[in-house]
Design a protein around this ligand. Structure first.
Ligand SMILES: [Zn+2]
Length: 511
């Protein structure tokens, strides 16, 4: 099929001002970029008049590997213009798997997806996605495969096993290695353990993506841990969802950005999503020791242990119950509490916040996802304004409708940057916003034939209306697809036409 995208302004992904022209697509690639007056024959025409033609967006930070099996159509991504998802983030990947249960617990993965694989190749073979997928290997997953959820250092043999599994995944096409150093069991790893694995990752040519150990008061120390590991291992570093959380740490992000700007001996990048709330598991609120061995529910069943956890929640662990809202949970007693804050639920039950956290975890197999309104708007804006910030969602794939109160970032990240922050608040031009979603993330991944519009590049393309593009999903009413993306091509084939998914599955696993 020969396609001509005509009549639009071409934003080529480099940040250059959009120029009028025609993009010609053949055999899955861009075969020519023509001046507007040049006639095109024997091509199916996509009329882009009044619109911008851009490279498809690449989401450096997705958790789609845990939802792609049930939602391969990637509707929420196509409606945002996203054509490539980088998964395996925050220390969690669906491979290598030897024991499913701890992986299920750690990811708050509710079990809708059928599991039939052990390694990357096996997982990739089950996929037939509408968008491209690049896979990273997660440190939590590696650790579970090598040593379960024990709270201790690995033995030399266990560390070697993690490194072997990491090399095997790299051989099978992984593009990165990720850590999630707030999640059990990743949080049990010393900086030395992480550095050893980062060195192996770098030897395999992998990107090192990290959800750093502390995004609150310890932000700068945690950034330094990541930078030191990347420097000593010779790795390319991606700091995931850069932010400062918690009211007492608002403003710290400015210091962090200045600090990062001074690092000149590490290949360093970062990404962010355009929202002031995070989305994570409720168990991240608990003291790390309470999760060791995957035995949280057993500990909660023991009155003395339960009292110890409650005490820790009341005294040691930073818990702001007003700002923590239930997003999703498996069926159980607190079903009707989706969208409510911990404070509201505690008041209803006549108990304090620590007690309500434990009750909700007990009644829902500890698989509870929460939204935490923890950031300040000025801080989010400061990160977005920095020219080195790539746009990434930290989201899952969503269908058009569903249960629970998912974070709006799943539906709206990219249109919100183009619409709300770019057009409406004037943070950047469309060309610059598009650069942060295309050539910048592609360069972090080392991809040279995606993220730009030029002859020979793979024809992942998006046609969007710059006047209309907008996110519609909100915290109160999240199940709403974005608007303003008119057409999406994946490898030259229509994936979204006139705003509607075509149902074609043209995505590839990018190795
Ligand atoms: Zn994360």
């Amino acid at each position: 099929m020969r396609l001509a995208l005509t009549g639009g302004l071409i934003a080529d992904g480099t940040g250059s001002e959009p120029t009028p022209g025609t993009v010609l697509v053949e055999g899955g690639r861009i075969s020519a970029v023509l001046p507007p007056a040049e006639p095109v024959s024997e091509a199916e025409v996509i009329d882009a008049t009044g619109n911008i033609v851009a490279p498809g967006f690449a989401d450096l930070h997705s958790h789609a590997d845990f939802s792609l099996g049930t939602s391969p159509g990637a509707e929420s991504q196509l409606a945002q213009g996203v054509t490539t998802l980088v998964a395996g983030n925050c220390g969690w990947s669906p491979f290598p798997v030897t024991d499913l249960e701890p992986l299920r617990a750690g990811t708050a993965f509710l079990g809708a997806q059928k599991w039939s694989w052990t390694d990357l190749s096996g997982f990739a073979a089950t996929l037939e996605p509408a968008v491209n997928l690049a896979l990273q290997v997660g440190h939590c997953t590696l650790r579970i495969a090598a040593m379960g959820t024990a709270q201790r250092a690995p033995s030399p043999d266990e560390l070697l096993l993690m490194q072997d599994l990491l090399r095997a995944a790299a051989d099978q096409g992984a593009v990165g290695f990720s850590t999630g150093l707030i999640y059990a069991p990743g949080t049990y790893a010393s900086p030395e353990e992480v550095a050893a694995l980062v060195t192996t990752a770098a030897e395999c040519g992998l990107l090192y993506s990290t959800h750093i150990r502390n995004e609150g008061a310890g932000l700068l120390t945690a950034l330094d841990e990541a930078i030191t590991a990347a420097r000593s291992g010779g790795a390319r570093l991606e700091l995931s969802h850069l932010k400062a959380v918690g009211p007492s740490n608002h403003g710290l992000i400015t210091t962090a950005l200045e600090h990062l700007d001074q690092v000149d001996d590490v290949d360093l990048g970062w990404d962010a999503y355009p929202y002031t709330a995070t989305n994570t598991t409720l168990t991240t609120r608990l003291p790390a020791w309470s999760l060791a061995g995957g035995a949280l529910l057993d500990r909660l069943a023991d009155p003395a242990e339960r009292a110890r956890i409650a005490e820790a929640l009341r005294t040691d662990v930073l818990l702001s119950p007003d700002t923590v809202v239930i997003a999703s949970l498996p069926p159980g007693r607190y079903d009707d509490c989706r969208g409510m804050s911990l404070t509201e639920i505690a008041r209803r039950d006549g108990v304090d916040a620590a007690e309500i956290v434990l009750r909700i975890l007990e009644c829902h197999q500890a698989a509870v996802s929460v939204i935490n309104h923890a950031m300040r708007e000025e801080d989010v804006t400061a990160v977005l304004e920095h020219p080195r910030t790539a746009i990434a969602s930290d989201g899952w794939i969503m269908d058009a409708t569903g249960p629970g109160h998912p974070h709006p970032r799943n539906f709206g990240t990219f249109p919100r940057v183009l619409g709300h922050y770019g057009r409406d608040r004037g943070l950047f031009t469309p060309a610059e916003a598009i650069r942060r979603m295309t050539s910048l993330p592609a360069s972090r991944l080392g991809l040279t034939d995606r993220g730009v519009i030029r002859r020979g590049a793979i024809a992942d393309l998006v046609v969007l209306d710059p006047a209309r593009i907008a996110d519609k999903s909100t915290y109160d009413d999240p199940w709403q697809l974005s608007i303003g993306v008119e057409h999406v091509l994946v490898a030259g084939r229509p994936a979204l036409t006139a705003g509607k998914p075509t149902g074609r599955r043209s995505g590839q696993v990018i190795a």
